[in-house]
Ligand binder design. Structure first.
Ligand code: PGA
Ligand code: ZN
Length: 422
């Protein structure tokens, strides 16, 4: 495939920050030209082992330098294109070209390559992984982040005086996960639960004190993590919703490197004490999943917890950063049994597929994830479906940015499972 024209522009993400969007025109042999667009997200609770991003201004400069290596050249496959970007960058953390510039080109290439072959993006990504590993025959479950905490929240300044609450909850994400394989049903249950929860929170805290965090989950003047968990659990029980509870602690955010302790709810805890706290939560709320319970270097603490709560899917995010060396270490240490996949943590689609392949090779599950600063690009929905991920994490079932991914997954679900006359 030959890229005849490629342009990079800056657009605003869901936080109003600038990010990159690629506009690519390409053709295969004598076939007609196709045009695609791709854009990339940005995290806030980023892991230190993620690839580095450049500001749009610097990314434009870098793109000008490499343009001639890309435009007008005939690329035979994704790997060849991605390998060129990696070589042009030449660094380990992709700080030269920027992980964001590399990924927006890599995703744009994938979309264009699929289109020139009349393949759905999910089918194309399925083929890329299929050439390396057998793909699980499953459709991803949505992980709805319905209450936001941690770095994804700005607490209103008057809440300290009004409620004695000056900081967000330590746990970053309180999620509900449908207990059904039917994606369409799971999405509608998730949406209904989200709106019921909003109403319920309004009754408890006053509608004016129910605001939204970065991922469209609710933020209220909660004092403790359990206060939020109790409200979710009670609502599930009251209406018998087929939903399970999941958490992303994003614990690097409340870890103290100096003495390897965790400051949670105003108390300092050792890794052992935190392990017991998670053990209690996992049993009290029958947690289906738990992400990043410890700091991003705590391979052994993850492993200790994994042994204690075998029924909970333990997910690594900042620990592994979609990076093959980090995943390999986590596998050998038996740190967890599932990895979060964020393409912008590693920078190319080829490397993302390689990490997924390594996870499957070792019996791990994958959960494909958005970032807290998102665009309306729905690439990750195709990725999650294409690679048979266990889960798709795209925030609350609300706002255009989060819904773009769930809606695309719903389209793909309906193609596979036509619902009949109604
Ligand atoms: P981030 O958060 O996109 O701000 O890094 C998401 C997550 O921790 O899973
Ligand atoms: Zn996370």
């Amino acid at each position: 495939m030959i890229l005849s024209e490629t342009k990079i522009v800056a657009i605003k993400d869901s936080r109003g920050s600038q990010t990159l969007e690629a506009h690519i025109t390409a053709h295969e042999g004598d076939s007609k030209e196709i045009s695609v667009v791709a854009s990339v997200p940005a995290g806030k609770s980023t892991g230190i082992h993620e690839v580095k991003s450049l500001s749009p201004a610097l990314a434009f400069e870098q793109f000008e330098k490499i343009k001639r290596n890309i435009i007008g050249v005939n690329f035979h496959d994704q790997q060849e294109f991605d390998a060129l970007l990696i070589a042009l960058d030449g660094s380990l953390d992709k700080h030269v070209l920027g992980g964001n510039l590399i990924l927006v080109l890599s995703e744009g290439f994938a979309r264009a390559f699929a289109a020139t072959r009349d393949l759905g993006l999910n089918q194309y990504l399925h083929q890329l992984l299929g050439s390396k590993h057998k793909i699980p025959d499953r459709f991803p479950r949505p992980l709805f982040n319905i209450i936001n905490g941690g770095a994804h929240v700005t607490i209103p300044s008057d809440w300290d005086k009004k409620f004695g609450v000056s900081k967000s909850l330590d746990i970053q994400e309180f999620q509900v996960v449908p207990a059904t394989d039917d994606f369409a049903l799971g999405l509608s249950v998730g949406k209904e639960f989200y709106s019921k929860l909003g109403y319920e929170l309004g009754k408890i805290y006053g509608a004016e004190n129910v605001i939204l965090g970065d991922e469209a989950g609710y933020v209220c003047p909660f004092k403790t993590n359990e206060e939020a968990l109790e409200i979710i659990q009670e609502l599930i029980n009251r209406y018998l919703y087929p939903l399970k509870i999941g958490l992303d602690a994003a614990a690097s955010q409340f870890h103290n490197d100096a003495d390897d302790s965790y400051m949670i709810e105003g108390a300092e805890r050792t890794p052992e004490e935190l392990t017991m706290l998670y053990y209690d939560l996992a049993h009290a709320y029958e947690l289906i999943s738990l992400e990043d319970p410890f700091n991003e270097e705590a391979f052994d603490d993850f492993a200790g917890l994994q042994e204690k709560i075998p029924k909970t899917i333990l997910i690594t995010d900042d620990l592994t950063t979609t990076n093959p060396e980090r995943l390999s270490k986590a596998i050998s240490k038996k740190s967890a049994n599932a990895i979060l996949i964020k393409p912008n943590q590693i920078g190319t689609i080829t490397e993302t597929i390689d990490v997924i392949s390594m996870a499957y090779e070792n019996g791990w599950k994958t959960i494909v994830s958005h970032r807290s600063g998102e665009t309306k690009d729905d690439f990750i929905a195709d990725l999650a479906v294409g690679v048979g991920a266990w889960g798709l994490k795209s925030g609350a079932p609300a706002t255009e940015y989060r819904m773009a991914k769930y809606s695309r997954a719903l389209d793909l679900w309906q193609k596979i499972n036509p619902s009949g006359p109604f």
